[in-house]
Ligand binder design. Structure first.
Ligand SMILES: *Cc1c(COP(=O)(O)O)cnc(C)c1O
Length: 397
């Protein structure tokens, strides 16, 4: 029997679906014309980029000329923050974001702070929600941008984006959202939600890696991040990554088309998984909301008394691929900033596990995790001094 491989880390990245790869392939070989060239040989690549831009725009109810392709989600986030900061620095120097953003936002915020900007990091409640009232109160005359993520990559919380958008529009402050986890998974309408800028990335919805987009509402002035040629209507230099642009367009169209059915399927699988875990493993805490204000495929739990890292190794050995904290921070031993922000003590945050389900997740896989995980946690707890202390404290030992 071959080793089981259960991938449950779809929030870190997805595979590129075969229909997408298929559509990309000609743009590596026959259709390689530089879209900036004037000869007719490049007509096909120009057309392909146009179609992709249309598809991305349609997915979030934007216009085609409001979509700018980037080299991924991080670049889109960097561009939104640095670009708006620089273009509006004469109007003010204050930016508002949250404590639970992806590092592409948080570290850009820190960079801007070193360069004369002031950044407010709003707290969140125990389920990871930012308060609309807090956003309103934090806006001052110097505020030039509010950047709040659409959905959190660790605990799946979907923020009240429409309400925040309304507040920002009323206060005439620009509103950016990092929607990298949300696009292709939940409904997004930039017009209805009053979103001025939005980041997305192909590899979170079965498109290729290294390609993303920034939606910039018509008429908004923003400084360039990448200077050079006149690509992307003069706003983002570098010869177009045509194959990946074609790929992100195809992937987003497929994801939107399947979203209703697929999100219901994932929600059911997640429910089964979370209920099973809570039932079989005592002293477990579900992180993030327990209702529908959560990404369909996201599950995050903390097991009191153990270390997430050792848990991951045991799971890896059993052929289950998951994550603890944020994938990007996993090289460090600091507990996740998101789990600390929702009020978890350090020890509890350390014992956390994120399982994110996706297109190839089956009920059999969920059953396999439910057979395997409780025993792993039990054994690790048996060896753990933290668990021993916890039981003593509770008077159970
Ligand atoms: C993955 C992710 C990013 C970074 O996207 P890349 O394409 O890896 O640069 C940014 N924000 C969120 C919320 C993410 O989940």
């Amino acid at each position: 029997m071959s080793k089981k491989r259960v991938y449950m880390d779809y929030a870190a990245t997805t595979y590129t679906r075969s229909e997408v790869v298929e559509e990309m392939l000609p743009y590596f070989t026959e259709e390689f014309g530089n879209p900036s060239s004037l000869y007719s040989f490049s007509d096909n690549t120009k057309k392909a980029i146009d179609i992709a831009r249309e598809r991305v725009a349609k997915a979030i109810n934007a216009e085609k000329d409001e979509i700018y392709f980037t080299g991924g989600g991080s670049e889109a986030d960097n561009w939104a923050l640095k670009g708006i900061a620089l273009s509006r620095k004469n109007k003010g120097n204050h930016i508002i974001t949250t404590e639970i953003e992806h590092h592409a936002i948080l570290h850009t915020g820190k960079f801007l702070e070193k360069n004369g900007f002031e950044v407010t990091y709003l707290p969140v409640d125990e389920e990871g929600f930012v308060s609309v009232e807090d956003v309103k109160k934090a806006i001052t005359e110097k505020t030039i941008l509010v950047s709040i993520m659409f959905a959190n990559n660790e605990i799946g919380t979907i923020e009240p984006i429409k309400e925040i958008g309304k507040v920002c529009r009323e206060k005439k402050v620009l509103f950016h959202t990092d929607a990298v986890q949300a696009v292709g998974h939940v409904d997004i309408d930039v017009k209805d939600m009053n979103i001025d800028l939005l980041s997305l990335a192909g590899h979170k919805f079965y498109g290729p890696k290294g390609i993303g987009a920034l939606y910039i509402r018509r008429g908004i002035k923003i400084e360039n991040l990448i200077h050079g040629g006149a690509q992307e209507r003069g706003r983002r230099a570098s010869t177009e990554n045509i194959a990946s642009i074609v790929g992100i367009g195809k992937a987003i169209e497929l994801a939107i088309g399947e979203m209703d059915v697929e999100s219901k399927r994932l929600k059911n699988l997640r429910e089964k998984l979370v209920n099973g875990i809570m039932e079989k493993i005592p002293h477990t805490k579900l992180n993030g909301p327990s209702d529908d204000r959560r990404l369909p495929g996201n599950l995050d739990v903390s097991f009191i008394g153990i270390e997430g890292e050792t848990l991951l190794l045991d799971l890896d050995f059993a052929g289950i691929y998951a994550s603890t904290g944020s994938a990007c921070a996993s090289a460090s031993l600091d507990p996740s900033h998101v789990l600390l922000a929702i009020g978890l003590p350090h020890e509890t945050a350390h014992g956390s596990l994120r399982l994110t389900l996706g297109a190839k997740t089956t009920e059999e896989e969920v059953d396999y995790v439910l057979e395997t995980l409780p025993e792993i946690v039990r054994k690790r707890r048996e060896m753990s001094p933290l668990w021993e202390d916890f039981l003593k404290e509770k008077g159970e030992r």
